[in-house]
Design a protein around this ligand. Structure first.
Ligand code: MG
Length: 256
């Protein structure tokens, strides 16, 4: 069942989303060669604590950290640790926070120093798939319109979309119904209605869409070792344009 949120619930999700967006902005500023991925995780913990929130991912199904940090061929669920970011890497940060019982969830992919043309094009395309998805997230459309838009945008530019991991409803729980595949057909699935809240999160690969999980039990990598990128926003369906809940608004608190 897809839960539609009340205005009070949307207000709490807006605050959760703001904290997530602020954290991403802070982490993005820190990205440079020489930084360890563990430092990103500890900074995220400081920021959410300061804003009265808690990390969504920490201990979720046993995940050992607050931020998923996935580098290059890693798709999602990379575990932060002693690994040092290097010039030319691309790094995906996936982070969620809980504020007064409600979740926000977002992901970005960032280049470290100078990156290859292929990496730059992959990042831009993946960002574009998320924008295309949000463009379909309007009342009266179908869930399949979102899935179709992501697949069409990525594949028409020569990339592939990951099949095995999907977007999701979000609210009191990080993962609620419905599942939102990053591929599909227009006009299929549920009808979108105001008050529905979704985490849209396309993962786009240079090569095959197939993935596998490393021996750590978490880190997902592309099966062919080619690059992967990931962008995510939490959004709300409204009577008009979708509201992006994990967007940093102008003039809001920029202190970390
Ligand atoms: Mg998510």
């Amino acid at each position: 069942m897809v839960i539609r949120k009340s205005n009070r619930e949307l207000a709490l999700m807006r605050e959760a989303g703001r904290i997530v967006a602020l954290t991403h902005a802070r982490l993005k500023e820190r990205i440079e060669p020489g930084l360890t991925t563990a430092e990103l995780d500890s900074q995220a913990n400081e920021i959410v604590a300061k804003h009265g929130a808690t990390p969504s991912f920490l201990r979720y199904r046993g995940f050992p950290a607050s931020v998923c940090v996935s580098i290059n061929e890693q798709v999602v669920h990379g575990i932060p640790g002693p690994r040092v970011l290097e010039e030319g890497d691309m790094v995906s940060l996936d982070f969620g926070a809980i504020y007064q019982g409600y979740h926000g969830d977002a992901a970005i992919t960032v280049g470290v120093g100078r990156i290859s043309e292929e990496a730059r094009r992959l990042i831009e395309t993946t960002r574009g798939t998320l924008e295309a998805a949000i463009g379909q997230a309007t009342a009266g459309n179908y869930l399949g319109d979102i899935s179709w838009a992501i697949q069409d945008y990525a594949e028409s530019r020569g990339f592939s979309v990951v099949r095995q991991y999907v977007g999701h409803g979000i609210g009191r729980n990080m993962h609620e119904d419905p599942q939102i595949p990053n591929y599909g057909q227009r006009g299929r699935g549920i009808l979108l209605k105001p008050g529905m809240t979704f985490a849209l999160e396309p993962m786009v690969n240079v090569g095959t869409y197939l993935t596998r999980v490393l021996d750590d039990g978490w880190t997902v990598v592309t099966e062919d070792g080619e690059l992967s990128a990931h962008f995510e926003h939490t959004i709300a369906i409204t009577e008009g344009e979708p509201e992006i809940l994990t967007l940093l608004q102008e003039g809001c608190d920029h202190e970390s």
